[in-house]
Each structure stands twice: as C-alpha cells, then as structure tokens.
Design a protein around this ligand. Structure first.
Ligand SMILES: NC(=O)c1ccc[n+]([C@@H]2O[C@H](COP(=O)([O-])OP(=O)(O)OC[C@H]3O[C@@H](n4cnc5c(N)ncnc54)[C@H](OP(=O)(O)O)[C@@H]3O)[C@@H](O)[C@H]2O)c1
Length: 329
C-alpha cells in the first residue's frame, strides 16, 4: 500500500508512525505530510529518514490510504480532494463523524459496515471509543437505556501545545497557554469549546457518537468532560442503566471475553485501571465494576485507555487493516 500520514509531526501522528511500525502495516511507499511550516523537516520510520511534504503533493501522489490527524479544518478541505483522487481517507478529527453519509467506526463493533464506496471514514472521539468498546457486549445482552459519563482526560488529548503547558508549569517556566487556566494542580470542566446548550463539544461527541456507532437511538448518553493534569490516558466514570437486570459475575465474564478489553478489578489487591498502566497499550481497561445500589438494573464502571493509541492511532490503523484485509481499497 502507498500510505500517507497527514499530521505526521503531531501528537497523534507520532504514535500513528509507531503503531504502523509495530503492527507491520503493509507499506510499499510512505508519504509523511504536515503543514507548510514543516515541509522539508525529517522524520524517521523503520530506520529510514523521510522528508515532510505538503498536502497538494500528497494528493498528486495518489496514495491508496491517507490517515488524517491534522485537525477538522484540514480534513474538511483536503479529505475530499484525496477521495476524488481515489484515496481512502481514515480521519481522526471531528469533521466527518456525524455526517450521515460517512461511517463512524470502531472495528470491533461495526467494521462490517464498511464497503469499497466509503472513501472518507471517521474515527470516533477518543473518549467515545474506550466507552463504547466496554459497553458493546453489555448493550448486546442487557440493552442500555441511559449512560451518565464523567471523564478525567489527559492533556495529551489536546495536542502538543497542552503537553508543553503542563511541562512548563511543572518546571516553573512561563510559556504559551493551551488552556484559559493553569492545568497543573487543577481540573478544568472544559474540554473543547462551549456550545449554545451549555455543554462542551467534547460532551456532545460523547452523547451523540455512541448512537451512531451502535446504529441505535433507543438509549441516551449525558456527559461531563474534565481535563486533568495527567500526561497520557483518559479515565471515565460510567453509570449505565439497562432495560434488563444483569448478573455481576456475568458482566465481568463478558468483559473479560471481549477482544480489546482487559478487566482489572480486585478491590482486595487494590487492582483497578489507571492511566499509568494503560500508557502505551492498545487495550481498554475496565474495573470498579459494581451495582448502582440506588436504582434497578444499573451498573457503575471505571474505564481507562491510552487516548493516543486505542483512542486515536490504533483504532485508525485497525480500520485501515480491515480495509486491506477485505480488499476494500
Ligand atoms: N490527541 C488526542 O488524543 C486525539 C485523539 C483523537 C483524535 N485527535 C485528533 O487528531 C488531530 C490531531 O491531534 P493532535 O493531538 O495530534 O494535534 P497536534 O499535536 O497539535 O498536531 C497537529 C498536526 O496537524 C498538522 N497540521 C496542522 N495544521 C495543518 C494544516 N493546515 N495542513 C496540514 N497539516 C496541518 C500539524 O503539522 P505542523 O507540525 O506542521 O503544524 C501536526 O502534524 C485533531 O483533529 C484531534 O482532534 C486527537
């Protein structure tokens, strides 16, 4: 495959290259793409040096697959140009996720919806991916009615500028601010921009994307998204009410058997998911599994994943692998 990585110099782009290398994705030619600011810069992949090229040159090269993580505006402008040139785009931004003509894919759940005609495919939001992967077997068996999720999201979810802000604060250096307030020793109930309904855009992604991924509007999700000073890894407190009652042992067994999910749940040994364990791993970690004692058929869980891997790079590359394995590009 001739593959373009758009946004190769960014936080997600860097992990994208690492995951492509680790999974030995079948690359015959690699195009590393970023903004005009970075054209000519060098990056290394599998011990070979590559020069960053611009978007117009990348489109002209007609790659089979283009993996985008360069922000929504870049995607809106350039993904259609790649698609017109015959390239299949897998996009990490929020630009196409809720477009009814585009698929929103977590491979373990709905990759089978993909066809050769899908030229722009959307990768869900990082917080959505880890939540739906853990909810998927439970929804299939007990049918979700309502989910209440509160997130504890790492600064790496905002990009390089935010990671730098935290590093500067720790080192006592005054520098550029990615957030309106300090993030070290703080918690900001403010991920992405505020919308007219008082929610943030991140909270609305968590509310809307699961219905599209499960192709099911019979359940609802309400979210509060909070940024905390962890370097990597998003955590989520998830309260889910089902139509049907469940057995806790059964819930644990089902999660244990779900590909891509790891159960870490033993209060006797203080075993529960944490960002430091999830770091650099592809799995979604689930623990603190317990019944909500205040209402029937309701479960509490704690879900943690590396937002740059399963939340972004790994999920995108799994989609690309599915396309290749099923002759869809
Ligand atoms: N961080 C996460 O956990 C996460 C998870 C899921 C999805 N995403 C999405 O992935 C995208 C990138 O996020 P990130 O965290 O990697 O951000 P980032 O660290 O700020 O990197 C942004 C990347 O986009 C490139 N870029 C910016 N403007 C461009 C333009 N006009 N033309 C071409 N390339 C351009 C940058 O190139 P230069 O270096 O040349 O500026 C850089 O490679 C965003 O859409 C974000 O929403 C992020």
């Amino acid at each position: 495959m001739k593959v373009a990585v758009v946004g190769a110099t960014g936080m997600v782009g860097e992990v994208m290259l690492k995951v492509l290398e680790e999974r030995n994705f079948p690359i015959t030619e690699l195009l590393l793409v970023a903004s005009e600011r970075s054209v000519g810069k060098k990056l290394t992949f599998k011990n070979k040096e590559y020069s960053i090229i611009g978007l117009a040159d990348a489109v002209a090269a007609k790659p089979e697959i283009a993996i985008f993580s360069a922000g929504g505006d870049t995607s809106l402008k350039w993904a259609p140009k790649f698609a017109e040139a015959g390239t299949t785009v897998v996009d990490n931004s929020s630009a196409w996720r809720m477009d009814p003509t585009k698929k929103l894919v977590v491979p373990e759940i709905n990759a089978s919806e993909l066809t050769k005609e899908d030229k722009i495919i959307a990768n869900p939001n990082c917080s959505t991916i880890q939540m739906v992967l853990a909810l998927s077997p439970l929804h299939a068996k007990y049918k979700m009615k309502r989910v209440v999720v509160s997130t504890y999201q790492s600064v790496s979810g905002t990009g390089v500028k935010a990671v730098k802000q935290l590093e500067n604060e720790i080192a006592g250096i005054e520098g550029e601010m990615a957030y309106p307030y300090p993030i070290g020793r703080n918690a900001l109930p403010h991920c992405d921009v505020f919308m007219e309904n008082g929610y943030t855009k991140e909270e609305m992604k968590l509310a809307r994307e699961p219905q599209k991924i499960f192709n099911d509007k019979t359940f609802s999700v309400t979210a509060t998204a909070v940024r905390i000073p962890t370097a990597g890894g998003h955590s989520e407190s998830v309260n889910v009410e089902f139509e049907n009652d469940f057995d806790l042992a059964d819930v644990r067994k089902m999660l244990h058997e779900t590909p891509g999910v790891v159960v870490q749940d033993n209060t006797d040994t203080n075993t529960y998911p944490m960002p430091i364990y999830a770091h650099d791993k592809d799995e979604v970690f689930v623990g603190r599994i317990r019944r909500d004692e205040t209402q029937p058929n309701t479960l509490n869980m704690w879900i943690v994943a590396d937002n740059l891997r399963k939340g972004a790079a790994t999920n995108t590359i799994q989609i690309a692998e599915y396309l290749v394995e099923n002759n869809l590009v």
